[in-house]
Design a protein around this ligand. Sequence first.
Ligand code: IMP
Length: 196
Amino acid sequence: MKRIIFATGNAGKVREIKAILGDLGMEILSMKEAGIKVEPEENGATYEENALIKARAVAALCDDIVMADDSGLEIDYLNKEPGVYSARYMGEDTPYSIKNANLIERLNGVPDEQRTARFVCAIAAVLPDGRELTTRATIEGRIDYEEKGEGGFGYDPIFYVPEFGKTTAELTAEEKNQVSHRGKALQLMKEELKNV
Ligand code: IMP
């Protein structure tokens, strides 16, 4: 059976990825499950570059298909901050309750129509023969006025999706996978992988 190794240490992402790619007929492993440890510097200027940096670093250590993602939150009012720096915003180890409170504070007094934001996700795949593929998808929403919901991770409690009338932290995992940036980018990559 072909194997896909997903280059992330984030358990939340691994869960989402296994749920979405589960029916591809390939074995899906996290880096940890594959016994691979590598932490390349994510110094790319775009989501695609960062995803490729991670996938190439793992691909150099195995003969499997390697996939990686890079994602972030773009807030229009803040000139698309935190963007590719989303994980590092206010420091990598700063709790998201503090990061989320800070973003809400920076939008203090800003009305609904100017609170628009999106999650962006790029997925990269490096194949054993060296071929490289990338896909990208987004989910549009706006920054809420307070944290809501217990699900998801990161900025989910402040990312309000008008179609649902809820934040992405209030969606079930299944609902989020169907509409999220990562879910949609993974679906696109799944289609690409069927043709390789
Ligand atoms: P990455 O792990 O380098 O891709 O960093 C992406 C960062 O963007 C995460 O650490 C979160 O801060 C944020 N992010 C990306 N996707 C999501 C999501 O689905 N929900 C909440 N935050 C997210």
